[in-house]
Write a protein of this length. Structure first.
Length: 367
């Protein structure tokens, strides 16, 4: 399997910039998810890696080999599409064998590799059925089989579970991760679904506006988002962000939110405009809390509840125990777990260095 490296990769369509000067290293054998909203550049990036789209500028290295201008068939990369791209008039066996026949491999080798791939995907009983009559999940397995049978240097997958229903998509996430562990293959997977990304990825690359905003392990992306966008996009519900009243000096251990003095982790770098970020599970109901608000809604999620609280500083979502009863319209006090508060520069929207950021980074690094 192979390392994939992107150096200043850029793609424009006329005046529209789809991917902007992207630098990214995808480690050998890693399962990497490109995650972001529609139009963020993730699929264009994947297609450039595959050779289905040529970059405007920049470089693509596959195992230190420059493949930037090579055709797709010369790169030894398998691509799995969202809509399967199978031949409905062929049997499962014929679909899986198709790329091997194109390579003119010996018949015995084709038979052996198709059989091995079918066993791996548990579709042996489907080999002689036509693809057109299969369920969406089975067709997806066949599409994966056609990619796996080639034994390529890397697998690229463009929202391959997007057409499946929610329950089967969750099952296929587990199957894909298990398959990856068995094959040890370098895999780049595109999705806009953060649940898929968090369930499968070794590393998540969050993109927006054609740019990579953060590339890290799922735990780091969740607990230590580098930008306001990442914190808002990752998490259900997302991170709370509240505007700070006044400039924050270096060394500050307290900020004001709508006039209320709120303790925070010591900020190591000041700024004239800041946002306080805190996850809903790190907000605490506290009768003596200085930030007060009215309970607008209660979202019951089975294992827990999310209270939506309107404060003078903005709406705050709070995760509480499923059995905790708080009446609607009640006025409550809130405090934040100081060691989990993060501060962001209001202009750049980027994370400011703080003691909590250092601690969280160390915790994540040590598992």
């Amino acid at each position: 399997m192979s390392e994939i490296k992107l150096n200043n990769l850029h793609k424009s369509f006329g005046d529209f910039v789809a991917v902007r000067n992207t630098n990214l290293t995808i480690g050998n054998g890693r399962f990497v998810v490109l995650l972001g909203p529609s139009g963020c550049g993730k699929t264009t990036t994947l297609r450039m890696i595959a050779g289905l789209e040529l970059p405007t500028s920049g470089q693509i290295l596959l195992d230190h080999r420059d493949v930037t201008w090579q055709r797709a068939r010369e790169r030894d990369i398998a691509f799995v599409f969202q809509l399967f791209a199978l031949y409905p008039h062929m049997t499962v066996r014929e679909n899986i064998a198709f790329p091997l026949r194109n390579e003119r491999l010996p018949r015995k080798q084709i038979i052996a590799r198709v059989a091995s791939t079918a066993r791996l995907l548990r579709i042996e009983e489907l080999l002689d059925r036509r693809v057109g009559g299969l369920s969406g999940g089975d067709r997806q397995r066949v599409a994966l089989g056609r990619a796996i049978v080639r034994q390529p240097q890397a697998f690229l997958m463009d929202e391959p579970l997007g057409t499946l229903d929610a329950d089967f998509r969750e099952l296929m996430c587990l199957e894909l991760r298990k398959l990856h562990n068995q094959l040890g293959a370098t895999t780049v997977y595109v999705t806009h679904d953060q649940s898929e990304a968090m369930a499968m990825a070794d590393d998540i690359v969050v993109m927006n506006g054609g740019e990579v905003l953060q590339a890290a392990a799922p735990e780091t992306i969740y607990h230590l988002p580098e930008t306001v966008f990442v914190g808002s996009f990752i998490g259900s519900p997302p991170m709370n962000f509240l505007p700070v009243d006044a400039p924050v000096p270096p060394g500050a251990t307290e900020v004001r939110l709508a006039g209320a003095a709120v303790p925070v982790s010591r900020c190591l770098q000041g700024c004239d405009k800041a946002l306080l970020g805190v996850r809903p599970e790190h907000v605490v109901l506290d009768d003596d809390g200085r930030l007060r608000g009215r309970v607008m809604a209660d979202e019951y999620l089975g294992s827990h509840q999310i209270l939506v609280v309107e404060t003078a500083a903005g709406v705050v979502r709070v995760r509480v125990d499923k059995n905790h009863v708080v009446p609607l319209d009640a006025t409550i006090g809130l405090t934040f777990r100081v060691e989990r508060t993060l501060l962001y520069d209001g202009h750049s929207q980027r994370l400011l260095p703080s003691e909590s950021a250092l601690v969280v980074r160390k915790e994540v690094a040590h598992g």
